[in-house]
Design a protein around this ligand. Sequence first.
Ligand SMILES: Cc1cc2nc3c(=O)[nH]c(=O)nc-3n(C[C@H](O)[C@H](O)[C@H](O)COP(=O)(O)O)c2cc1C
Length: 334
Amino acid sequence: MITPGGTGPAPRLADQQDDVRRRVVALACRAPSVHNTQPWLWRVSGTRIRLWADRSRQLSASDPQGRNLLISVGAALHHATVAAAALGRSARVTRFPSPRDPDLVAEIDLAEARVPFAEELELAAAIERRRTDRRRFTSWPVPPERLAALAAAAERPGTRVLPVDDPGARAVVERLVARAIEAEDEDPLLREEQRRWIAHGPDDGIPLSSLPAHERATERPDRFDRDGAYDLNSFSVDVSDAVLALCTETDDAAAWLDAGEALSAVWLRATVGGLSVVPLSQVVEVTETRAALQLDVLAGSGVPQLMLRIGWQEVYRPELPPTPRRSLDEVMKR
Ligand SMILES: Cc1cc2nc3c(=O)[nH]c(=O)nc-3n(C[C@H](O)[C@H](O)[C@H](O)COP(=O)(O)O)c2cc1C
């Protein structure tokens, strides 16, 4: 939690700086990542924090290009700037600063201390509350103006966040999501990769406690295991759920990083407003469904990078436990 300092003896300036940087990195590591792979490495020196994409944690079967990897790193980058602001530091970000080191994704320079704004504290508080909550949403509709505000909060040059509200387009999205899930399920390599990241280890992967128990009688496609061991029916899209399409102008590393920053902006803002978000990446991972999405749903509005299912969880549902993260020592580049 972000709390004001105590009343003990004043720590040395260098210790304070070190503390702020480590807290920024620790909060940034709470970012969502594909299968909770946490594909990032950090280094702090002076007032600068460097962020690398960790290719050793790339999903070779489902993400050969590293799209989901860089979206995840982009989310961590945005989390870092939100955390820095709440800790009273503005952050100047230089993306891909070194052509010789393409995995060095960003340099974040922290400025002098200042008093954070209330909205910055609110957004940072959402970092620790945010979860991928795959339980079935209630049927309460998400008001279109709420959706539009979320989309607007995340737009940045080269990135667009589009509500998919036309009933015809929604039906196409549902069909494509189901088709992508089936296509990945038929591929033994993809199936095995997904299975491996469930209960993967004590500090990464998707723990069983984050996966919903069976919630409905109807047969619907799900993301991971279809043999009934893990019933993830609520992974697919329901008609009452709102859907946002995260798109970019280009389809390269810079665009994927931007998409990740936009993802984090939407998700934290949604969390502040009590809304739940579940990314749907399979429909973008499968070449055929990605092409159909671009042509039939987005019709020239951009390249789809991620679809987001958005809705309300039941008010009195117990909170999900947070998913685990690797220790700071492990994610610090030596
Ligand atoms: C690029 C990306 C793609 C993702 N794709 C999916 C997905 O298709 N289905 C899903 O349920 N969760 C998806 N997630 C959510 C991750 O599984 C989740 O962030 C991770 O397990 C950590 O859990 P947390 O978000 O609760 O901290 C995705 C996240 C990212 C960043």
